[in-house]
Every structure is written in C-alpha cells, then in structure tokens.
Design a protein around this ligand. Structure first.
Ligand code: MF3
Ligand code: CO
Length: 252
C-alpha cells in the first residue's frame, strides 16, 4: 500500500528533511584527510539529537551508527569506525532522521582533498542522474519514468547503475512502498500521485554493476573494485511538481 501524505504532513517531513540537509552540510564542512569515519558519525549524531530528532539508521535492523560512510569502491552502508579519511578518496555519506514521527533520508558523495578527474566526473554524473530522476517525479508519471531517466543519463556517460539496491517510499516509516529502481522502462510501474513521497537514490559505478557484501554483512562494494557514487534526496510529488524535502531552509 502506498501512503499518500497531506500537505501539512509533507511540511512535517520537510522539517525532518531540512535537518538531514543541515547534517550533511555539517559533515561536508567537517570532513578532511586525517579524520576517522567515526569522528564524522559522532558530529552527525550530536547535531541530530541536539535538534530533538533521532538518527533513523541507528538500531535499524541492528545497524550500529548514525551515518553510512562508503569510501571509493564501497557503494553504500559502510559502517563508521577507526578508518582514517585520506586525500584523494570519495566518501558517500548517507543519513536519515526521525523528527516528530516523520522520516527523511538523503545522501551525497564528498570529495576528500583532491580527487582524480575520473572521480570528479563520476560524482557530477551521479548528481545529475539524480536531478534527471527528480524531474520525472510528477503526478501522472510512473516510477519507470524516474528509473529510465536515471539509467539513460548514467549509461550515456559509460557508467553502470547498481540494480540490487533501490530507492523507496518514505514517511512515518523509513522504507515504504513503492520501490524506486534506478533502471527500467518509461511508462511502466506505479503511477505517481500528488502526496506520494519517495527517496530517489542512484548508486552509479565506473565499472560493472555487480556488488558484493563484506563480512560485516553491511558494507556493499563493487565486485570489480571500481569507484561508486551515491546521491539521494527525499522528494514529494505535488500538484506543483517535484518538491525536494532534503534541502536546507531558505534564510529570512
Ligand atoms: N538510506 C538507506 C536506505 O534507504 C538506509 C541505510 S540502511 C541502514 O536503505 F540500515 F543503515 F539504516
Ligand atoms: Co534511502
């Protein structure tokens, strides 16, 4: 069942989304070579709790942290720990919060120091693939329109799209229906209605699409060791078009 939200409920989700965006901003400002991924996790958890919210991932199916920090060939769900960030790495930061019963979820891939040009291109393409997907989140369109937009854009640049993990509906639960794959055909799948809220989250690899799990049962990485990037926004489908909830509030 797909839960359709009212405008007041979407505004509640926007408050959670703004906190997610500000948390990512803070992590981005904080991250630099020499820090550990656990340092970033601590900063994020403190910030979220100081705003009366809870980290959504911590405790979810036993996940032990506030952030997922996935470096280089890690795709998603890297567990923060003693690992030190190094110049030239890319680090995908994924964070979710629960604020007054409502969830929001977003991710962006950060550059640590100076990164090689092929990594820069991958980040730009993944960010743009997400933007193209979001543009399709219109009432009357179908999920497949989003999926196809992401896939077409990423593959035109020679990259591959991870197929084993997908985006999702979100609301009073972190994962709701429908699934939002990053590959598929236009005009297929569930039809979007105003009031649906979805997390769109392309995971794009320089090499092949295949992934594997580490022994920790969480960390997902590319089988071929190629770099992977991840960007995600929580997006409300509204009569006025797609509305990104995981952005910081305008000042004033
Ligand atoms: N953003 C991730 C997702 O949508 C959530 C991380 S899973 C967790 O699946 F277990 F780490 F919380
Ligand atoms: Co998500």
């Amino acid at each position: 069942m797909i839960v359709v939200k009212t405008m007041p409920q979407i505004e509640m989700m926007r408050r959670a989304g703004e906190l997610v965006a500000r948390t990512l901003d803070l992590v981005e400002e904080t991250a630099r070579p020499g820090m550990t991924t656990a340092d970033l996790d601590r900063v994020a958890e403190e910030f979220i709790r100081s705003h009366g919210a809870e980290p959504a991932f911590k405790g979810y199916l036993g996940y032990p942290a506030t952030l997922c920090v996935s470096i280089d060939d890690e795709v998603v769900h890297g567990i923060p720990g003693k690992r030190v960030l190094r110049d030239g790495q890319i680090a995908a930061i994924d964070v979710g919060v629960k604020l007054e019963g409502w969830f929001a979820d977003a991710a962006r891939t950060l550059t640590i120091g100076n990164i090689p040009v092929e990594a820069q291109r991958l980040l730009a393409a993944t960010r743009d693939a997400l933007r193209h997907g979001i543009e399709q989140a219109q009432a009357g369109n179908r999920i497949g329109d989003i999926s196809a937009a992401v896939q077409t854009f990423a593959e035109a640049r020679g990259y591959s799209v991870v197929r084993d993990l997908v985006g999702h509906g979100i609301g009073q639960k972190m994962h709701e229906e429908p699934q939002v794959p990053n590959f598929g055909a236009p005009h297929t799948g569930v039809q979007l209605k105003a009031g649906m809220v979805i997390a769109i989250e392309p995971m794009i690899n320089i090499g092949g699409a295949a992934i594997k799990f580490d022994a920790d049962k969480w960390t997902v990485r590319t089988v071929d060791g190629s770099l992977s990037a991840h960007f995600e926004h929580t997006v409300a489908v509204t009569a006025g078009g797609p509305n990104i909830l995981t952005v910081a509030a305008r000042k004033g």
